[in-house]
Design a protein. Structure first.
Length: 126
């Protein structure tokens, strides 16, 4: 078995329904749960959410400069890289997204994703 570099020493469980921190930019709810050495986020985006409209004004970069690793619980999100390539992510999809992208919710269903990499800093003012 590969070593993930993470050393888990305590049995713990937390609910995203009562998170350690909540951020609520426009059309967004980021619920952050922290454990020693790892932070997880439940990202909820409303229909009509678009990174360049809802998060860009907070972080003040031309495109999202965070790397993401996560899993889509529900809804659909399209991610467009700065080079023009794009993918649409739906329920049951796990993903990695490098820095340099925009993203938006497709359709009329809320997007819900669990993030295991970017949750600590996502949507925090620069």
């Amino acid at each position: 078995m590969a070593d993930s570099g993470m050393n888990v020493t305590k049995f713990e469980a937390k609910s995203h329904d009562s998170p350690d921190e909540v951020r609520t930019p426009d059309k967004s709810r980021i619920e952050v749960v922290r454990f020693p050495g790892v932070t997880l986020g439940r990202f909820k985006f409303e229909p009509g959410w678009k990174w360049s409209e809802c998060i860009k004004p907070i972080v003040k970069t031309d495109s999202c400069q965070m790397a993401h690793v996560g899993h889509v619980v529900s809804g659909t999100l399209t991610v467009k890289m700065d080079d023009g390539s794009h993918k649409t992510l739906g329920p049951g999809t796990s993903y990695t997204i490098p820095p340099g992208h925009d993203a938006w919710v497709e359709g009329n269903e809320h997007f819900v994703g669990i993030e295991v990499m970017s949750a600590e800093q996502y949507a925090k003012p620069s």
